[in-house]
Design a protein around this ligand. Structure first.
Ligand code: ADQ
Length: 739
């Protein structure tokens, strides 16, 4: 059984947070219409409203969302009894591109694994970004003196990141109501990384079931290279640790049960058994497949003919989209065909209602049904299965449930089916219709107990407690982590380990002249290079002489000046052949920059390149100074590149740390080096990105530092200590025998 919901059944809406909160969702709990007498509000009846309104009624706060009408300024905030509502204004074009377009034609089908129905359109993506930013702006304005901002669902995946950028200083939580797809489906989205970064703006990212949470962790690890802890469900992102969790939503069980107990009962006993289907009319719900399974039942078990009816209740949904209109036509045809084929003068096998029904009528239908046929082709959770169970207050019926619904992860006592398998679903229906009462009762009792216990209140308690639990931290990378990342890749090959110096082997310090290597780092480097199967190269922006002196071990390889000068054991010393061409001009540039130096700024001459340091210059003077330094560098025909509180001037030679890596491995192992040796690279600097890009697909690369900086590296490490752990693993790993 799913045990995430640790607190059993509680009062509707639990303890945390004790301050008001802001809920952000695509739709507000009212739909506003502009009628002849001005604006009129109609209460929305969706599941999201009934699930979330109790929190705002209890704690107060504000609900931010789209009202469904084009509003003018001044018309967009209302106060209710306990909370306020604020409408985000969207133009008709934005509704088209953000809502009908990117939300419902890209994310909805893709996240439900309907790849062939998914459309990718850059214009719609850009509108989605803009609208998400607007929702976040509205939420950020309201996010003062509150306990939490809680963002909902696939329409607003980028909203948490925009809130974070707006420096909202209360916890930000996000909950996804639909599935999160597996990595190989998710990566089809051209904006896959952007979406993940958007979601990771939150402190807590919640899903219905563990499987979706695991898919998310896979995607985050593989696409962003960030560290995740699968057991504790944590992601290291920037300077924060994001919690990820499974929170299976429940229903207001008691309310459904009470309505079912009170709802009028049929006057005479029914002649036929009833199979019930209840859905929003959506292609994910598997309505045609369900009709086909019922038809197959009548073919293969003709004894049910005349004795069973299938009642399908479908609420109209997204009728503006042609695929939904097509689906409706297909269902109409199937209903017609099955009735035409099997109906008699006194019996029609399928009854089909295309409308919404009242809560009371719905509860009575659930109560009196013999079988609920809930067979979505994919569904985040599916509340219908839970509502059916809550309303089973008379004779026990049977739940036939698709294993592709999130609810199947906990509703074990249902008869679970593959909804694509028409024969198997027909057989499951036969089994349900002929199941004896003792078995039906045992199954229903267990299903009801669980849903009563893990109801909507328990879900809210559980989520809000996690959302306001305070910061989490991921354990630092361990040798086991490196074992997992590196051992399969290294296999039985020798290793060349490339390391940047400042910020990678030693912490960044204010004065680079004081960045000495610790005794422990020296010892670890020594332990690595003592191995016959391992070579270590230091690749730095410092001059070759400087970095060699700082490390002080001549068993290592050194690439200075971003790789323009290289030396090491068994390697012919390398100086880029074009360097002499720039020597005189570099001297002139150094003199020019020296005229710009002042207290707290100085020029470092590094032979092939130079660096203008300005770390001691007062903050307010830096911007103007950097602009002048850059201008001088560019005017002299050199390239200016930003570094840590410094600007570097480099000759315009197409050569960087990536080229240096290739030069070293090719010189040592020949052009087919990738068949003889494995390469691992760790660096913390923008200039290391050149090496990460060149090594993509060829090596394993680690970007050291904040995990939310963009990087081409395959993995992230938080700090210098983690690099030392890498060295410890390299020094200790099983030896490779020379082949
Ligand atoms: P939905 O896709 O809307 O929700 P679901 O969970 O089944 O799917 O909820 C449908 C709701 O509509 C139920 O409360 C049901 O009672 C009601 N309904 C359906 N047909 C009706 C009818 N004819 N008349 C009246 N009411 C009707 C999304 C996700 C789900 C997830 C929920 C909640 O797609 O997977 O369970 O959010 O997170």
């Amino acid at each position: 059984m799913e045990t995430r919901t640790s607190q059993a059944k509680s009062s509707l809406v639990g303890p945390a947070p004790d301050r008001p909160l802001v809920i952000v969702s695509n739709r507000l709990p009212v739909t506003v219409l502009r009628g002849p007498r001005g604006l009129e509000g109609r209460r929305s009846s969706g599941g999201l409203v009934s699930a979330l309104e109790p929190v705002l009624l209890r704690h107060g706060g504000r609900w931010i969302g789209w009202a469904g009408a084009e509003l003018r300024s001044g018309e967009d905030v209302w106060s209710g009894d306990r909370y306020e509502m604020e409408a985000v204004r969207l133009s008709a074009a934005e509704v088209n591109s953000y809502y009908h377009g990117f939300s419902n034609r890209t994310l909805w089908p893709l996240f439900h694994c309907f790849v062939a129905r998914t459309r990718f359109n850059r214009g719609e993506w850009e509108a989605y970004e803009r609208v998400n930013a607007r929702f976040a702006e509205a939420a950020a304005r309201s996010a003062r003196e509150i306990g939490l901002v809680w963002v909902h669902d696939y329409h607003l995946l980028l909203c948490p990141q925009f809130l974070r950028a707006a420096e909202v200083d209360v916890p930000i939580a996000f909950f996804l109501h639909i599935p999160f797809p597996p990595f190989d489906i998710f990566r089809l989205l051209p904006w896959d990384r952007e979406v993940l970064r958007g979601m990771l703006g939150a402190d807590l990212v919640g899903f219905h079931v563990r499987n979706y949470a695991r898919n998310f962790l896979d995607c985050v690890e593989k696409l962003l290279g960030v560290r995740v802890d699968r057991d504790a469900m944590l992601v290291e992102y920037g300077e924060r640790t994001v919690r990820v969790g499974a929170f299976p939503i429940g229903i207001d069980f008691e309310r459904f049960e009470q309505i079912a107990l009170r709802a009028p009962r049929p006057l005479s006993p029914r002649r036929e058994k009833v199979i019930l289907g209840v859905d929003r009319l959506d292609y994910t719900k598997g309505i045609p497949e369900r009709l086909l399974a019922f038809e197959r039942l009548l073919e293969t078990h003709p004894e049910h003919q005349g004795k069973v009816v299938f009642l399908e209740l479908a609420v109209p949904s997204r009728f503006e989209m042609s695929e939904y209109r097509q689906l409706k036509r297909r269902i109409d045809e199937l209903v017609g065909r099955i009735n035409g084929r099997f109906a008699t003068a006194t019996w029609s096998p399928v009854r089909y209602l295309y409308r919404s029904v009242s809560a009371e009528r719905l509860a009575a239908l659930y109560r009196d049904a013999d079988v609920a046929l809930v067979t979505p082709l994919r569904d985040g959770m599916n509340l219908v299965a839970k509502e059916f169970v809550a309303c089973q207050v008379s004779h026990p019926g049977v739940l036939v449930l698709s294993y592709l619904a999130g609810s199947a992860e906990t509703m074990h006592e249902a008869i679970q089916v593959n909804p694509y398998d028409i024969d198997a679903t027909a057989e499951a229906l036969h089994r349900a219709l002929t199941m004896d009462e003792a078995e039906r009762r045992s199954r229903m009792v267990a299903l009801r107990r669980r849903e009563r216990q893990y109801d909507l209140g328990a879900w809210l308690d559980d989520f809000l407690r996690a959302a306001t639990a305070g910061p989490a931290t991921l354990a630092p990378p361990s040798e086991q982590d490196f074992d997992r990342w590196l051992r399969p890749f290294l296999s039985r090959y020798p290793l060349v380990l490339f390391l940047d110096y400042d910020g990678t082997l030693t912490p960044l310090v204010d004065d680079p002249r004081r960045a000495t290597l610790s005794a422990e780092a020296k010892r670890l480097l020594g332990a690595c290079v003592r191995r016959r199967d391992t070579k270590v190269a230091i690749v730095s922006g410092r001059s070759l002489e400087d970095v060699k002196a700082l490390v002080g071990d001549d068993r290592l390889y050194y690439a200075g000046n971003h790789g323009m000068e290289i030396e090491g054991p068994g390697l012919a010393p390398f100086r880029h052949p074009d360097l002499p061409l720039y020597q005189a001009r570099l001297g002139e540039l150094a003199r020019k920059l020296e005229t710009l130096a002042r207290p707290g700024a100085w020029v470092e001459r590094k032979g092939a390149t130079l660096t203008f340091h300005y770390r001691g210059v007062p903050r307010e003077e830096r911007e103007a100074l950097v602009a002048r330094v850059r201008e001088a560098i560019v005017q002299s025909g050199f390239q200016a590149r930003g570094a840590h509180l410094a600007v570097e001037g480099r000759p315009p030679i197409g050569w960087d740390k990536g080229h240096a890596v290739l030069h070293i491995v090719r010189s040592l192992y020949g052009p087919a080096w990738s068949e003889r040796v494995r390469v691992v690279y760790a660096g913390d600097d923008e200039t290391d990105e050149d090496a990460f890009r060149i090594l993509s697909g060829l090596g394993i690369t680690f970007r050291v530092g904040r995990a939310d900086t963009l990087s081409a590296a395959t993995h992230r490490l938080p700090n210098v200590e983690a690099v030392h752990t890498l060295l410890r693993w390299v020094a200790k790993r099983p030896a490779v025998r020379p082949s």
